[in-house]
Design a protein around this ligand. Structure first.
Ligand code: GTP
Length: 596
């Protein structure tokens, strides 16, 4: 055990985590240059395209230092806040972490969020300043920023260029020297944490575990502590991106893949403790929480007949992503669909994109919503995820909404604009830290409702792309909130309802009807677009009637042109939904997203 090192890599997006991981793997001689070809740590297509890590991967490596052989277990962590529960469980499985910071960019918001999680787990942090090959690299300045922002000593940071292969040996030596060997009792009964799980079409559900005490052996009857379910260990492997190595046991301090022969990944949840079925350990490893969705949206097939296909597609995605939750929902405007719960905004985008791309479904997504705790005058509390289901005003005593701790890091020249944005979003400042003269870190408490729509894009545009942002859900607080409805030709379009702070209802209502007016094609009759709070109309626009046939504009008897125009119209109609007599284009449902 004394020659094992278990470590994670934490970094802000694009600071070079995957490239560095590949270099480490290569340096340990575990794969050839050719196999390395493309970055291996990111495996899913969408991950590769977007350059983000969603599912954690791990790899067991051999390294020799001063003639002494070591086993290095690289535990990859998902790079995004949406998956912070998974990140924290990966970190709980490690004994140390490499904190990678881009030498030209410096500390960013995600670096901070991940460091807090690492410190919670008492990990030994090795600061790594990467991309020192860049002409704009300023390693000393970045070391200072690390000290200011995080309060750890960065004088002995390892300087690397993952791209040119500089500093990789030094980094491996530092891992061996500075990260403590795992501790645990090899003779005690089995105690392991599941820190990742996924579905393999041949082997079924797989659990990636870190063993703390005892060992897991092939054939052993084990149980999962969250639900007391018992399973037999069919096979065991050490993780490796290309050649997984079978083993008969995974011992105290080691990481490995456990094959339980299960058809559903929902049974092997991240954070659960695996122990011996006959002689279970007394306490689980840390707290286990089932994945909790924070953001909800309605997903509807544009073609109503494809509802069952959408269900099948969601079932398939769920096989590999137990954090995905959904239930059927009906909307007067959109027909049959699902209310889907996501861990965060990125998770939502990824799922929607996979449904469209891998399953060929055309979908309408309603505006994302957080979960509200609605306290009723009769003493009950209901959780509302769908704004159109908010009870009548008279029945509500108060509404509580979820808050986040938000971290923004920005060059100081954008500070004014960003603070204005945060105040407009009902933010309350907790802390402001100058990392140096040019860069500032802001920590705010912010209603989550304000960041699910449009926040990130606005932040990026007012900081010319330089500000970084991250958040962590905290608690629920009371808010003065109202439901804003949209009526088209007198009918409430349920899928467009949003819950907003009373103070901004009027301005949002105005913008909303204005956006909608632009999007609704002229009809044969005049169409009123109204925003209302209950029965009270607060804004109105009118779409004038057209009355004329579009093809009338075509001159002469140009039949092909006429036909083309009609075909184009027909194709356009596919992405339309009828609200009473009015056809609404898909974009109308997204217009609620552009309210600023
Ligand atoms: P996520 O998976 O999104 O967390 O990103 P990442 O941190 O894994 O970053 P990745 O390794 O994908 O690197 C991001 C970009 O930086 C890529 O274009 C890399 O080629 C580049 N890069 C990584 N390391 C270096 C380096 O040492 N020097 C230079 N110049 N570029 C680097």
């Amino acid at each position: 055990m004394k020659n094992i090192r278990n470590f994670s890599i934490i970094a802000h997006i694009d600071h070079g985590k995957s490239t560095l991981a590949d270099r480490i793997i290569q340096e340990c001689g575990s794969v050839t240059e050719r196999e390395l070809g493309s970055q291996m740590m990111d495996t899913m297509d969408i991950e590769q395209e977007r350059g983000i890590t969603i599912k954690a991967q791990s790899v067991r490596l051999n390294y020799v230092k001063d003639g002494e052989p070591y086993i290095l277990n690289l535990i990859d962590t998902p790079g995004h806040v949406d998956f912070s529960y998974e990140v924290s469980k990966s970190l709980a499985s490690s004994d140390g972490a490499l904190l990678i910071v881009d030498a030209a960019q410096g500390v960013e918001a995600q670096t901070i969020a991940n460091v807090y999680l690492a410190l919670d787990n008492n990990l030994e942090l090795i600061p790594v300043i990467n991309k020192i090959d860049l002409p704009a690299a300023e390693p000393e300045r970045v070391a200072e920023e690390i000290e200011e922002a995080i309060g750890i000593d960065a004088t002995d940071a390892v300087l690397t260029s993952a791209k040119s292969g500089i500093g990789i040996r030094e980094l491996l030596d530092a891992i061996v020297e500075r990260i403590p060997a795992p501790v645990g009792d090899p003779d005690a009964t089995t105690k392991a944490i599941i820190y990742d799980s996924w579905f393999d079409s041949y082997l079924g559900a797989l659990a990636l575990v870190r063993v703390f005490d005892g060992e897991i052996s092939k054939g052993q009857l084990v149980k999962l502590m969250s639900n007391n379910e018992q399973h037999q260990v069919l096979d065991l492997m050490y993780p490796h991106p290309i050649h997984k190595i079978k083993t008969d046991s995974i011992k105290s301090g080691e990481i490995g893949i456990v094959v339980l022969g299960l058809k559903d990944v929902g049974a092997v949840n991240v954070g659960d403790t695996l122990t011996d079925a006959k002689n279970p350990c007394a306490e689980p490893v840390g707290d286990y929480e089932p994945a909790k969705p924070f953001v909800f949206a309605g997903l509807y097939p544009i073609d109503t007949d494809r509802f069952e296909e959408l269900r099948d597609a969601l079932d398939k995605l769920k096989l590999n992503d137990s954090s995905l939750s959904y239930e059927p929902e009906t909307s007067i405007a959109l027909g049959f669909g699902f209310r889907v719960g996501f861990l965060g905004m990125l998770h939502m985008e990824v799922i929607k994109e996979r449904l469209e791309r891998e399953f060929n479904l055309d979908l309408i997504a309603t505006a994302p919503s957080v979960v509200y705790d609605v306290y009723l005058t009769n003493g009950d509390m209901v959780q509302v995820q769908n704004p159109s289901e908010l009870p009548e005003v008279q029945k509500i005593e108060r509404i509580e909404e979820p808050y986040v701790k938000a971290t923004v890091i920005t060059p100081s020249e954008y500070l004014g604009n960003i603070m204005t944005l945060l105040i407009n979003k009902r933010g309350i400042q907790d802390k402001m830290t100058y990392l140096n003269e040019e860069r500032v870190m802001l920590e705010y408490s912010l209603p989550m409702n304000e960041i699910v729509i449009d926040f990130y894009d606005t932040l990026k545009s007012i900081s010319k792309g330089y500000a970084s942002f991250d958040y962590e859900p905290t608690d629920f607080k009371e808010g003065d909130l109202v439901k804003l409805d949209v009526k088209v030709a007198g009918e409430v379009v349920d899928a467009l309802s949003v819950i907003v702070p009373r103070s901004s209802a009027l301005s949002r209502g105005r913008t909303l009807v204005k956006n909608m007016k632009e999007l609704i094609p002229r009809q044969l009759f005049e169409v009123a677009v109204q925003a209302s709070l209950g029965n009270q109309v607060i804004a109105r626009e009118t779409v004038k009637s057209m009355g004329k046939n579009v093809t009338a504009k075509c001159y002469g008897g140009d039949i092909t042109r006429k036909r083309k125009l009609l075909e184009k119209q027909k194709a356009g109609k596919k992405r339309m939904k009828s609200i009473g007599k009015v056809q609404l284009p898909q974009e109308a449902f997204m217009s609620v997203l552009k309210m600023d």
